[in-house]
Design a protein around this ligand. Sequence first.
Ligand SMILES: NC(=O)C1=CN([C@@H]2O[C@H](COP(=O)(O)OP(=O)(O)OC[C@H]3O[C@@H](n4cnc5c(N)ncnc54)[C@H](OP(=O)(O)O)[C@@H]3O)[C@@H](O)[C@H]2O)C=CC1
Ligand SMILES: CCCCCCCCC/C=C/C=O
Length: 329
Amino acid sequence: MVTAKVWVLKKHFEGFPKTSDFDLKKIELPNLKDGELLLESVFLSVDPYMRPYSRRDMKEGDIMIGTQVARVVESKNPAFSVGAFVVARSGWRTHFISDGKGLQLLPSSWPESLPKSLALGTVGMPGLTAYFGLLEVCKMKPGETVLVNAAAGAVGSVVGQLAKIGGGKVVGCAGSDDKVAYLKKIGFDEAFNYKTVPSLDEALRKASPDGYDCFFDNVGGEFTSIAITQMKKYGRIAVCGAISQYNDSVPQKGNYVQVPMIFKELRMEGFIVTRWDNRREEGLKALLKWVMEGKVKCHEQVTEGFENMPTAFIGMLKGENLGKAIVKV
Ligand SMILES: NC(=O)C1=CN([C@@H]2O[C@H](COP(=O)(O)OP(=O)(O)OC[C@H]3O[C@@H](n4cnc5c(N)ncnc54)[C@H](OP(=O)(O)O)[C@@H]3O)[C@@H](O)[C@H]2O)C=CC1
Ligand SMILES: CCCCCCCCC/C=C/C=O
């Protein structure tokens, strides 16, 4: 008999999540039936979407939603052998039983030298978000200037590096000087700390006096209201995330987007990465290749210990992560 530890949403978040909103519980797992397998989580992901999706998809008492890299420890399913690694969407659990549906085996070409946790970051959902957002929503072309915010995070850091591979100029904004130094190290042309610049409007203008062809928006809110005025004619805005708004109890009011959109003839499109699930293999293959060639660099903020899941999640929402926020069990 295996005992799994799980994190439960005790109370729906109000404003910024608190550790007291979560409960750690133990669950006895039954013996395996034919066709089932037992898995243990090795790395778990904490992501911004968990904040808005918890309100939309969960009720109090549910196990927190989320994705992990897990190892098969026992199998009565011929498609999964013991010792294999998969990406699963099984929530915040140390162990779980699956019938195999929805499990994604790590690509067979996954190099031994590459940390498997990258399957939750650069070579996983966040990397795919950057890839399809830039390729299909921004439709970036060589020579264009791309603006990305939350640039030192899981999605943003890949957006900037892919834009460089695609022959663009990249401007990144992030919330600390260390993050800005990292962006310059990984090839961003311009980067600044949006928390310390005297004027965001001026900093954006200085970084690209001619304006921006593409804006990969991870933040929303006031940042967007300011950045939209500096788009070039026919610019494209990929509305990827709105993390500056996820913890608001009262919706923010800001400048309205219609006037700059009309006069600059902009295209602004929201998207969710799962739109391209049918092209997942293509995206992962490209990302894995660029990582192995050293063209895309990865950084992870690893928190040790399953008991620290809520702290890691809250820390990521506060901006404590450089690169992908991961929990190692
Ligand atoms: N549409 C889709 O399919 C997907 C969308 N997303 C979205 O992409 C965005 C980035 O996700 P991800 O890369 O995983 O997360 P990150 O690794 O970038 O972590 C979140 C970062 O957001 C920044 N941040 C937090 N609060 C604020 C704020 N009030 N204003 C500005 N920045 C803030 C912090 O960086 P800093 O120190 O720079 O402030 C923090 O480190 C999120 O909005 C997320 O919801 C992610 C995956 C898929
Ligand atoms: C329970 C795991 C669901 C994983 C779905 C991933 C889609 C993320 C879309 C993100 C949107 C905004 O952050």
